[in-house]
Design a protein around this ligand. Sequence first.
Ligand code: GLY
Length: 357
Amino acid sequence: MKSIESEAYSIHFNEHCYEELDSYLEHSNFSKIFILVDSNTHNYCLPKFLSNISYFSEFEIIEMEAGELNKTIDTCTQVWHTLTELEADRKSLLINLGGGVVTDLGGFVASAFKRGISFINVPTSLLAMVDASVGGKTGVDLGSLKNQVGVINFSEMVLIDTSFLKTLSIDEMRSGMAEMLKHGLIKDANYWNRLDGLSHLKLSGLGALIHESIIIKNEVVTRDPNELGERKQLNFGHTIGHAIESYCLENKTKKTLLHGEAIAAGMVIEAYLSTKYCGLTNKELLKIKKVFTKMYGCVEFDTKDKKLIIELLKYDKKNSHGEVKYSLIESIGKCKVDMIVDNDVIFEAFDYYASKQ
Ligand code: GLY
């Protein structure tokens, strides 16, 4: 698969990514190399990663606890202390080997440590490959509120080795697939149709679709790195989806959802809003609902849940001047940003999501 180059960073794939890393390290002059892993990637991904690298043999491993609940400023503080104890300096490099929690948190740790050290993302989950590790968004959660603290800062490179996906559960694969479907819904109807036709999540054939998804995301980020306009499109499904995810994370009676599961629900609900506010046809809405409910089922919410989820919308990062701003779709492949909707219509949209049609 062909490397993707942008002004700020490059993205390399499979065997090629290790050659690129070796060559990059050979031509850099890092004082020390640190590899941030979580308890899972330490066991399942680090041995493979190290066996492919020939340039460096001296490095330090820093391990954090796995899981969204550990994507906190406390974990960052622990990593900063460890870096300090291990005498990291401004010329150190941090390699983030893991899923979205590790790449988001590691990117933030590196961006703030001594006012910024270099970092490289090596995503090991499908979600991190097609979304989290690409585009420079770094950060942590604040309580149950997602990604409230962070900065946009680009990694030196992103290395995508799709063989790491063999270590993933089917639920994790589905979670990442939701972001790929989103890329089709906002930018490319053909791509969406091809994903819709994917009857299995086998790795054969998926590599090319991953590559295409990253191209779609990277083009948007290149045109609007700081999310002043077009990049907001990448938040389709996320206004409601993040509120659902935070609500389920906080609420002991609810099953914690993977990010992709929450935004799958968010995309069906926001597709309904799209029919009311920007002309998405009912035919397309029905198609979207079918695809997502077949793959992700339907999460149940009672009236109290819905009210509390709507309350959480006020914390969305796209809001300004007290208004909740949505990215909605006019048709499959075309997205419109900064849309304002009525809460009554959100209740209707939840009803549509739960309906059998
Ligand atoms: N995950 C959305 C973005 O990177 O802008």
